[in-house]
Design a protein around this ligand. Structure first.
Ligand SMILES: Cc1cc2nc3c(=O)[nH]c(=O)nc-3n(C[C@H](O)[C@H](O)[C@H](O)COP(=O)(O)OP(=O)(O)OC[C@H]3O[C@@H](n4cnc5c(N)ncnc54)[C@H](O)[C@@H]3O)c2cc1C
Length: 232
């Protein structure tokens, strides 16, 4: 993204938006970076505001049903059960991450636990993440910051797109990284950047879910030329 000339401003507080005129989409944005007291302003062609989702649980009578709520959603236990044991809750109305695939897996947990209580626990879910930018960025499990902060010893296997023929053909830039527990092939997490990262993170998630190590994953045959070959 940086190579495409995209500037990324983290820890930037937006102070105001102002339309330049009725005929165009141009917007003047006032902002302040980090701890700086300096107010800056810049005119942008268009502003895409794409942040945030929140549970819509006010005034629906949760309290009357004995269902406790908090600021980040309906309070649930590891079996998706609310504080009223006859009521389960899932999706964006329980504390995040708020993704469609998380709502889906939680709904499946609810059905199984409602019919056969105790079958499935929420903390056993291995949830992949994907950001549909160009390049696509996907991850699952623990990243290097998490591993370091938890003091877990790990090895990292990284494949750059310079060595992947499909990426070379498509002039794609990117990198796939997989972390394993030091001295073993147990996959602890992965971060994939570029190519069909969102599709391929499912493959790593599947390996982790089925407790398949990196050695077995790498021993599979991957069609040539594909990005998936990077797993070898
Ligand atoms: C702009 C945007 C982009 C997103 N992109 C992605 C993405 O790329 N990938 C991804 O995984 N997730 C994405 N998400 C998140 C994803 O949409 C949600 O996590 C998912 O839809 C949650 O599913 P849900 O069934 O819990 O809630 P919802 O899909 O929000 O469904 C809740 C339903 O309940 C209804 N409802 C609400 N209140 C009441 C009420 N009082 N009475 C009756 N009905 C009510 C609503 O109308 C709605 O139909 C995105 C969200 C947004 C806003």
């Amino acid at each position: 993204m940086l190579a495409d000339g995209i500037r990324i401003s983290q820890e930037t507080k937006i102070l105001s938006f102002q339309r330049m005129n009725d005929e165009s989409t141009e917007v003047k944005v006032k902002f302040r970076r980090g701890q700086s007291l300096l107010e800056e302003e810049e005119v942008f062609d268009v502003v895409l505001f794409a942040t945030g989702r929140k549970p819509n649980i006010d005034n629906i009578g949760c309290d009357k049903a004995g269902v406790q709520t908090a600021k980040d959603g309906v309070v649930i236990d590891n079996f998706m059960r609310t504080t009223n044991p006859s009521i389960y809750s899932c999706g964006d109305c329980v504390p995040g991450p708020n993704f469609t695939h998380n709502s889906d897996v939680q709904a499946r947990l609810v059905v199984r636990n409602a019919l056969f209580f105790g079958s499935d626990k929420r903390d056993q879910v291995i949830l992949p993440y994907c950001t549909y930018t160009d390049p696509e960025v996907a991850s699952v499990g623990m990243n290097e910051d998490m591993l370091k902060s938890e003091g877990i010893q790990y090895d990292t296997y990284a494949k750059h797109f310079e060595h992947n023929d499909r990426a070379i053909c498509e002039s794609a830039k990117g990198l796939y990284k997989i972390h394993t527990r030091r001295g073993t092939d147990e996959i602890l997490g992965a971060t994939l950047v570029g190519g069909p990262a969102g599709d391929l993170i499912g493959q790593v998630t599947c390996a982790m879910f089925n407790k398949m190590g990196l050695q077995k994953m790498g021993a599979c045959v991957y069609p040539y030329p594909t990005y998936a070959e990077s797993f070898r």
